[in-house]
Ligand binder design. Sequence first.
Ligand code: COA
Length: 260
Amino acid sequence: MTYNSVSVTVEEAVALVFVDRPEKLNALNRETIKELGEALGELEEDPKVRAIILTGSGPKAFVAGADIAEFSEYSESEGRALAADGQRHLFDRIETLRTPVIAAVNGFALGGGLELAMACHFRVASTNAKMGLPEVSLGVIPGYGGTQRLPMLVGRGRAMEMILTGGMIKAEKALEYGLVNHVTDQDTLLEFCRSLAGQVAKNSPAAISSAIKAVNAGFSSSKPGFQAEIEAFGECFGTADFKEGTRAFLEKRAPDFPGA
Ligand code: COA
């Protein structure tokens, strides 16, 4: 299959999936989300593929977030649907994929980009990577599982700080937090991930998929949290702050939030 904004190569048992919109820092629009879901679903059905590496095209970004230009005019119900569809078709799907997915975080992983990396089974970052959930600076909250998966990975206090400040952390801090498992140079990131993927690929695919299921089952009580995130995300789209925040980003200026 060929895609517009995703590219896939398979080398022996390991597939490499690129989010491929470097001119927009690989921001996730609806097409990219749909294509990523389809590409990963197809790889999951390929018995030769035993591990997947997910990364971003270009030297700057893994994924710089959901595509702000696409959703800035959405209503509350469209906002809720955006989060619910994205979670179902891509983010939850990655988390429950039978084939393990390693995120190779090669630059900015912001908003939906960090949420994408967090939905993967584990993460490796290069030294230039910067991670954060800047949604509140736009008048919205994370809607692709970020309010749930970040506290699971780094703890509630660190997650609250990252979400409420909207700030970015560097790769070394992400390593200290346990958000990523390893940090490498930018030019050795994929080689390092290939070596990890190669180790995974030697193991029993049946046991691997059972292990993923078992680990995920331990976190399943957080499901109401994901639904609460979808509702709260949708509500943001009805606020004047959201209109101002997204307009300010697109006009390349600082926002002046009117407040609730
Ligand atoms: N949605 C839509 N477009 C985006 C985007 C996003 N999340 N992130 C980057 N882009 C676009 C920019 O608008 C710009 O497009 P243009 O060349 O047509 O103007 C292009 O990608 C390059 O980005 P630019 O901002 O010029 O790069 P930079 O190096 O100056 O800054 C970032 C990099 C990541 C700090 C900045 O792009 C940014 O803050 N992005 C948004 C991050 C965010 O809030 N994500 C959460 C969304 S919910």
